[in-house]
Design a protein around this ligand. Structure first.
Ligand code: NAP
Ligand code: HSE
Length: 435
């Protein structure tokens, strides 16, 4: 029997994810061929440094530092982008789509910033743009939203979408691991972005939330408008107090469809200890999606790392290659329909809150804090004060849980309290996610 013509693939990038992709392509070559109906042939692998050792799965002859050589290959069918960043990745993918190549990408930054434009280009060219690995590493959340939810309406979602943050919060809560050491470990394990501040300051999660919002809410959103907070300010004291009140601190991406407006936000949050999300630990990610008809649906799994992410990339590659072989390109991308959706200002978001103050232990301080909170409509539900023995010279920690209040009210009360001379160290607040 005549051998089937191969589907020709080039990679842009061969770091953590790219090397995982090459490993799966080699180890699973026969199986992938049977799924696609033709073998996959790697043509080129674009990198910055041609002298680096790329391991046993990357043939020397594939390595190139010339984007023109890689993208100008007339035989090329599919481009797999695993280099990251907005540029030059954006220009390369635009070029690949315009020249009718299928594209698979893991790049949530690029999708959050230019996803709608890339989707339009792919639709106009009649080719596929697949991006399962951009959210949730190895978890099939994009496919689920695109395919399984096509008969339902997503009302809200909450996700632990950054593996690095979840890993760092878990190690800090369980073992008291310091911030710097925890980042280094996340980098060593291949979870962190090339620039880890994208993880710890919440931007990676915000970019993923924008990608999720494209599929869940059909929304075109500028990631710069998503209220975004990272985990730098969460410390061992917060983990300890949260536990005393029956909560665990998680870094969440939250989306709610309020009809005309969308509520999107990313921040650390107190989650009840019995909640499923509270028990998603380490590098695991989870997305809880609430369908109008379906109710809650939980997807959880390995959210970062070479092989889990490569599983999603290669699954996309199988889909794109098969569609190309069968002459059915572009169908999945055509289903993505986007419109501008205004965002609800964070100020108006209502929640219960955890508040921590470090203040002088002297008469009138508690009354002043309670007064400022009350002035801004924030009512206290529970409180603990912790210090050593009573000594007016030493500050104490006062922690409160509030009834439901507005985010803006808490912020205004905090600004008022921060100006008072009894404040020893900056106060902190975190929202509490309702069950
Ligand atoms: P990485 O380890 O830093 O690898 C990036 C690769 O891209 C390297 O091979 C690098 O070349 C190459 N590269 C970067 N800029 C380039 C340029 N201008 N020209 C040519 N080559 C360039 O990154 P990664 O962790 O694999 O992540 C890749 C993408 O996957 C990112 O978008 C990331 O957000 C996403 N992602 C990562 C994970 C994860 O767990 N790591 C999970 C999901 C999604 P050199 O090797 O020569 O420097
Ligand atoms: N840096 C990302 C994370 C990689 O930690 O979740 C997966 O997208």
């Amino acid at each position: 029997m005549a051998k089937k013509a191969p589907v020709r693939v080039s990679l842009l990038g061969c770091g953590t994810v790219g090397s995982g992709v090459l490993r799966l392509l080699r180890e699973n070559a026969e199986y992938l061929e049977s799924r696609i109906g033709a073998p996959l042939e790697v043509r080129k692998v674009l990198v910055r440094d041609a002298t680096k050792d790329r391991g046993p799965d990357c043939e020397r002859a594939w390595v190139s530092t010339s984007a023109d050589e890689v993208l100008g290959d007339p035989e090329l069918d599919v481009v797999v982008e695993v280099m990251g960043g907005e540029e030059p990745a954006g220009t390369y993918l635009q070029r690949a789509l315009e020249s009718r190549r299928g594209v698979v990408t893991a790049n949530k930054m690029l999708l959050a910033l230019r996803g709608p434009q890339l989707v339009d280009t792919a639709v106009a060219a009649g080719v596929d743009l697949a991006f399962e690995a951009s959210v949730g590493g190895g978890i099939p959340v994009i496919r689920t939203l695109r395919e399984a939810f096509s008969s339902d309406w997503v009302e809200r979602l909450e996700g632990i979408v950054n593996g690095t943050c979840n890993y760092m919060l878990t190690r800090s809560r369980r073992e008291g691991l310091g911030f710097d050491e925890a980042v280094r470990e996340a980098q060593r394990l291949g979870y962190a972005e090339a620039e880890p501040s994208l993880d710890v300051d919440g931007h990676d999660a915000a970019q993923k939330l924008v990608v999720l919002a494209m599929l869940a809410f059909g929304a075109r959103v500028d990631p710069a408008l998503v209220p975004t907070y990272g985990i730098r300010k969460v410390d061992a004291r917060d983990h300890g107090f949260a536990e005393r009140f029956g909560y665990v601190i998680k870094h969440l991406a939250i989306g709610r469809d309020h009809g005309e407006r969308l509520e999107l936000r990313v921040h650390p949050t107190l989650v009840p200890a019995g909640d499923v999300l509270a028990n998603v630990s380490g590098v695991l990610n989870a997305n809880q999606i609430h369908g109008k008809a379906l109710g809650p649906c939980l997807l959880s799994g390995q959210g970062a790392g070479a092989l889990p992410t490569a599983v999603s990339v290669v699954a996309d590659l199988v889909d794109v290659a098969r569609a190309r072989r069968e002459g059915a390109q572009g169908l999945s991308t055509r289903g993505i329909q986007l419109e501008d959706r205004p965002l609800q200002p964070l100020d108006e978001v209502r929640s219960r809150f955890y508040l921590r103050f470090n203040v002088a232990d002297r008469p009138g301080v508690l009354a002043a804090i309670a007064g400022a909170l009350g002035e801004h409509g924030v009512s206290i539900e529970q409180m603990v004060q912790e210090g050593r023995e009573h000594d007016e010279g030493l500050p104490v920690e006062i922690v409160m849980l509030t009834h439901e209040a507005s985010w803006g009210g808490v912020e205004r009360a905090f600004a008022q309290i921060a100006a008072r001379d009894f404040v020893a160290r900056p106060s902190r607040f975190l929202p509490i996610e309702a069950q």
